[in-house]
Design a binder for this molecule. Structure first.
Ligand SMILES: Cc1cc2nc3c(=O)[nH]c(=O)nc-3n(C[C@H](O)[C@H](O)[C@H](O)COP(=O)(O)OP(=O)(O)OC[C@H]3O[C@@H](n4cnc5c(N)ncnc54)[C@H](O)[C@@H]3O)c2cc1C
Length: 465
């Protein structure tokens, strides 16, 4: 380490105190990867501030020295967003982990960016309160990461993604200035909506240090229904019908046959689900058990009426858990089966069957297998391209070709190239498929208004020309 570097470290330590800088190789490697397959970009230094003022101090110094800074939550991201692809510092918010205040009267909570999402939700649930965003990674990902990615999960079908629940933010600009957006009120049209602009901005505009979130009361009853279909197109078509018929499921997930076959290697799967071409997993929630049961049977009748395959209606908690474990078991089952690349596709609900057909055709042409499953109620399917027995170089070429063709098909179907995993580092080349040149220019202008020196999470979202 050169003298200038040593002086900078000393200055940082002066601002933050001892034990806040990690520069050993082992630590830099740990913070140089996330959950995106096969990527490793080690930072020069990992910085662990524990307050908003300390985040500001770090950024002020980085700006002065023109050092790239990559914000990081728990590193569970799936598009390489938290990786320091241009070197410099990783700024982890993991130590900003306080729930600052809970306003029970107005159903509002203010929490710091480093709070683990699941911990926050359990703490709220103890008081009968509900913060709905439910990414499957909720027991590890941090609130700030979910805001930066606008994360969602099955219940986004009824409750929407993270952005529906964020009323205000506290954040720090790339030059170290602290600012607040929004507030506690449910309505706010005072000026441009910078809260919504920051949500989903993937750490490229500012470091989020705290968020004010809207809450609601917990639904007291849930009923889960699994509907097996003999035909994929019928299952996909049923998704639009559910909403046209006026049902409002909390979750509506589609699992195609191959996804269930792979899970069945690890978990018990009821016979009617393993023998059908596709299933819909639905959750209804509310406060009146009889009403929900009636809705569940109407749903099963309206959608599953054309098949002999019996729907499964799960009322008690353990039966529901068993059902949803099948859904949650798909990603690990795919991982255990083969190398894979997951495409986070979104199309209008009515195009779901076309999307799956296109994915199968494109994959077959490249000697790959496609397995689709996910948040069908939002038109958001995770299409996994599986390597099977292909050699490494052939897999790399065929996967890249198939992925591009798949996203082109998605764009042609009126969809988009990510629903919840973000553009980050890995999806940059696909953004122009769904954003025209003027839209991209506006986005670039926004980036330079927030971060004119380009030091905050450089290399992400946009392809450099
Ligand atoms: C097993 C598994 C299941 C998953 N399931 C889902 C799912 O169901 N739904 C879903 O949406 N996602 C899912 N994900 C993806 C991932 O968990 C989410 O994107 C999550 O919100 C990322 O949070 P994180 O704290 O890990 O962020 P990181 O991965 O650390 O960072 C993600 C991005 O946010 C930025 N960032 C992080 N913190 C801040 C901050 N405080 N201020 C500004 N920028 C910041 C980073 O720079 C980066 O660009 C899953 C991931 C895994 C591994």
């Amino acid at each position: 380490m050169g003298l200038a570097q040593q002086q900078l470290m000393a200055e940082l330590e002066d601002r933050l105190g001892a034990g806040r800088l990690l520069c050993e190789e082992e630590d830099r490697r740990k913070y140089g990867r996330d959950e995106t397959e096969d990527l490793q970009f080690d930072p020069d230094l990992v910085v662990l501030p524990s307050s908003t003022a300390e985040v500001a101090a770090v950024l002020e110094l980085a700006a002065r020295e023109r050092i790239p800074v990559t914000p990081r939550g728990a590193g569970t991201g799936l598009s390489g967003g938290a990786l320091p692809v241009r070197g410099g510092w990783v700024l982890s918010v993991e130590r900003l982990n306080r729930i600052r205040r809970l306003d029970r009267e107005n159903l509002v909570v203010e929490a710091e960016a480093g709070v683990v999402l699941g911990d926050l939700q359990r703490r709220l649930a103890d008081e009968g309160l509900f913060y709905p965003p439910d990414p499957a990674s909720r027991d590890s990902c941090l609130l700030g990461g979910t805001i930066a990615e606008n994360s969602a999960g099955p219940r986004s079908c009824k409750y929407g993604p993270t952005r529906k629940w964020v009323l205000g933010l506290e954040a720090v600009l790339a030059d170290g200035r602290i600012f607040r957006t929004g507030g506690d009120s449910r309505k706010n049209v005072a000026g441009y909506d910078l809260t919504q602009l920051l949500i989903g901005s993937e750490g490229t505009l500012a470091v989020v240090t705290a968020a004010t979130l809207a809450l609601r009361s917990q639904p007291t009853v849930r009923v889960s229904v699994a509907l097996p279909f003999p035909d994929l197109a019928e299952a996909a078509g049923a998704v639009s019908r559910i909403f046209r018929l006026g049902f409002e499921p909390a979750a509506c997930e589609l699992l195609e046959r191959r996804a269930i076959e792979l899970v069945a290697r690890h978990l018990d799967v009821p016979a009617q689900l393993s023998s059908c071409e596709a299933s819909l997993f639905l959750e209804l929630d509310g406060n009146d058990r009889d009403e929900l049961l009636e809705a569940a049977s109407e749903l099963a009748e309206a959608l599953g009426g054309s098949t002999d395959l019996e729907p499964i209606v799960a009322l008690d908690e353990s039966d529901q858990r068993r059902l949803w474990q099948i859904r949650e078991g798909i990603a690990p089952a795919i991982k255990a089966h083969s190398s894979y690349k997951e495409a986070d596709t979104v199309v209008p609900r009515s195009a779901l069957a076309d999307l799956i057909r296109a994915a199968r055709r494109i994959a077959a042409d490249e000697h790959l297998e496609a397995v689709a499953y996910g948040h069908a109620g939002d038109g958001n399917l995770h299409v996994n391209l599986l390597r099977g027995a292909l050699a490494e170089d052939e897999w790399a070429t065929r996967r890249a070709r198939a992925e591009r063709l798949l996203f082109e098909a998605v764009a042609d179907l009126g969809g988009t190239v990510t629903g919840e995993h973000g553009i980050g580092w890995t999806q940059r080349e696909y953004l122009p498929l769904v954003c025209g040149p003027t839209t991209l220019e506006l986005m670039a202008a926004v980036k330079s208004a927030f971060d004119p020196a380009g030091i905050l999470n450089p290399g992400k979202i946009f392809q450099e020309s």
